[in-house]
Design a protein around this ligand. Structure first.
Ligand SMILES: [Cu+2]
Length: 202
């Protein structure tokens, strides 16, 4: 047991290297949470739907996030053809997403976003060669992605919500990114670092 606590303490120190004020109290807590994780759920009444936090882990929007990021990265490189291809991937990711594990509420949230997002993905797919128009759809698609991530998590990787006040004809627009540095998908090579990170999604 002692060695487990020590290794947890080492892990805690490794993860909080920038935060040297972390003390023994945190280390003790982390050894406690380990057992909480494997707590059996057999005695939950069958009529009660499981709380969101528990079902969340079973649902992964990884493929959707991956396809969206592929699209975003095509735009940062001003590559309209790659964006069209990524639009197809995103459409497919939505189409093949398994909704069976979702609760009724989650399903409704997902489907609301899905209808809208798939339409934008389709326009991006069909407008290869017209990057300005593709980016108009990307503005709204990115809002959909932000909603999706808020409800279903980041799909297994740290994401960032970025904002550029100059995008979308000066009305501003957000996007979701997997890199901390700003790489602007709306302005591309014209102003690659325009924008700020608004939120880290862990
Ligand atoms: Cu369109």
């Amino acid at each position: 047991m002692k060695s487990i606590i020590i290794s947890l303490a080492i892990a805690a120190i490794t993860f909080t290297a920038c935060n040297s004020s972390t003390d023994k109290a945190t280390e003790n807590k982390s050894s406690g949470t380990d057992t909480a994780k494997v707590k059996p759920q057999t005695d939950i009444a069958t009529a009660t739907p499981p709380p969101v936090a528990e079902t969340k882990a079973a649902v992964s929007i990884k493929e959707i996030v991956t396809a969206y990021l592929q699209l975003k990265n095509a735009f940062t490189k001003d590559n309209s053809t790659d964006a069209a291809t990524a639009g197809t991937s995103l459409e497919t990711a939505f189409k093949t997403f398994d909704k069976t594990a979702l609760s009724t509420d989650q399903k409704k949230t997902f489907e609301d976003v899905e209808d809208d997002a798939r339409e934008h993905a389709e326009h991006i797919e069909k407008n290869g060669g017209n990057i300005a128009h593709q980016r108009e759809h990307f503005v709204m698609l990115s809002k959909d992605m932000a909603d999706l991530v808020k409800t279903f998590g980041n799909g297994g990787q740290t994401l960032y919500k970025d904002f550029c006040p100059m995008a979308n004809d000066g009305k501003g627009a957000i996007w979701i990114s997997e890199v901390k540095e700003i790489k602007n998908p709306y302005l591309g090579s014209k102003m690659p670092t325009c924008g700020t990170m608004k939120e880290e999604i862990k």
